[in-house]
Unconditional design. Structure first.
Lengths: 250, 220
């Protein structure tokens, strides 16, 4: 459904991505792991053209485009069919929770106000914020803001939801509430690609794991194989360093 | 005693003509120039933020010229210089053109800075879901940028109120020119120019209050 091949991205002389591939089937939950600076976030941002890759090809459903040649229309069409959850939430600060969720429905999907409102309420209820519709981002905790971010992404009913380190900006005690929401939507069959440092979460929720380092995928496997029988030396080191620490109970 | 009666007489006699010149010229000159200037500034700022080729270089040259030359020289070129090329303008439109272009150049930088002050994440909040540049700008960025730009724009506005006195040099009978004329036959420069200063001060104070009100309103 989503097929990405040979993604290269340079910032100046620094080649951040050196030919990354990814194949996503409907219903997949794919975790992208890797040390800081390995290019995970840049890769995810290339998928919906928040960064434009210098090389590579993206296919989403019936849209296929070379990254360098994608037209404005291609880009908008790909974005319309992907939901994105940011590390820093990126809620519109002048709009309330429900207005944030309604915004793409009204502006991009051209839904009526009533329908947008109904869908937004449903999405906010799903992430456990039925009592926070009219709160501004500044009146919400980080965990609540991120759940609004997730509600915004699921409300547009995308083919795939891309989550960029959704818990990295959160206080430790708020991580659990966000991960449990992601777990819930994963269980409902939502297709998800998540960049994360929550190894335990990846182990529990993802069906496939991609391990990146130095701008390349160094290991990719189904989740149980990846964790029980890692092959690459770097993967093993990484897992040894992180796995004993997993302590969020979800 | 005799002196102070004369003082009061001069003050009361000159007050209305000066204020009248303000209502007739200073205020309309300020309002019209600022409005046109603001429209120019928004267009110039957007061209730069959206990074439109060629146009961007063009507006940069415009900003460069108008920020780098004295307003008085600009007014003189437009009013006294252009007739040489067959473009003859009345003082009022000549002053409007000069002030508008000047305000446009200066405040375009203010507006550009205000737009750039909105965090990148606010743009991405719209882009990531398929919104276009103009949708994101109108629905997400504009309000946040306006809020940031009110104090510096008010500054520019108040500056313009005072700069309109330069229009006296192209025979426009605004407040400064009227005062000068009264001084010419009353021989009371200290008194009359202080009176003029007080009138300017009052005008700017009213605008200041207006600014505070606007800021308060836009915070929510």
């Amino acid at each position: 459904m989503l097929n990405v091949s040979n993604i290269h991205k340079r910032f100046g002389n620094n080649e951040v991505l050196k030919g990354v591939d990814l194949h996503v089937e409907k219903g997949d939950v794919i975790a992208i792991l890797g040390p800081s600076g390995s290019g995970k976030t840049t890769f995810l941002r290339c998928l919906n053209f928040l960064e434009r890759a210098d090389e590579g090809e993206i296919t989403l459903g019936d849209i296929t485009t070379k990254c360098t040649k994608a037209s404005k229309k291609d880009i908008i069409n790909i974005r319309k069919r992907t939901g994105f959850v940011f590390q820093n939430y990126n809620l519109i600060i002048t709009k309330t929770a429900i207005q944030n969720v309604m915004e793409p429905l009204l502006v991009v999907q051209k839904k009526s106000k009533e329908e947008a409102k109904r869908i937004a309420m449903e999405a906010l209820d799903k992430v456990g914020l039925s009592n926070r519709y009219d709160f501004y981002p500044s009146q919400l905790s980080g965990g609540q803001q991120q759940r609004v971010g997730i509600a915004r992404a699921i409300a547009v009913n995308p083919d795939v939801i891309l989550l960029d380190e959704p818990t990295s900006s959160l206080d430790p005690e708020l991580v659990g509430e966000v991960l449990s929401v992601i777990k819930k939507i994963a269980k409902e069959g939502t297709t998800i690609v998540i960049v994360t440092h929550e190894i335990a979460f990846a182990k529990e929720v993802a069906n496939r794991v991609v391990f990146m380092e130095g701008g390349k995928v160094v290991e990719e496997n189904n989740s149980s194989e990846f964790f029980s029988n890692p092959q690459n030396k770097r993967t093993i080191e990484f897992l040894n360093r992180f796995l004993p620490e997993y302590n969020y109970y979800i | 005693m005799h002196m102070s009666e004369r003082t009061i007489e001069i003050l009361t006699e000159s007050f209305w003509p000066i204020v009248k010149a303000g209502i007739q010229y200073t205020i309309p000159l300020t309002l019209i120039s600022f409005l046109i200037g603001l429209i120019i500034a928004i267009i110039v700022a957007l061209i730069q933020v959206a990074n439109i080729k060629v146009l961007k270089q063009l507006v940069q040259v415009y900003v460069w010229i108008f920020r780098g030359t004295p307003m008085l020289v600009q007014i003189f070129i437009i009013f006294f210089g252009l007739p040489k090329m067959g473009i003859l303008l009345d003082p009022f439109p000549a002053a409007i053109i000069a002030f508008s272009l000047n305000v446009g150049a200066y405040t375009s930088e203010t507006i550009r800075a205000a737009i750039l002050s909105v965090p990148k994440g606010q743009w991405e909040a719209g882009y990531a879901f398929g919104m276009t540049f103009s949708q994101v700008f109108r629905r997400i960025i504009l309000r946040q940028a306006v809020k940031v730009s009110i104090p510096p724009l008010s500054n520019a506005f108040i500056g313009l109120v005072k700069d309109t006195s330069l229009a006296s040099t192209v025979t426009l009978t605004e407040m400064f020119m009227v005062t000068q004329r009264i001084v010419a036959y009353r021989y009371e420069p200290l008194l009359l120019y202080i009176e003029l200063a007080v009138i300017y001060l009052l005008l700017c104070s009213i605008l200041n209050i207006l600014q505070k009100y606007l800021e308060k309103k836009l915070v929510h």
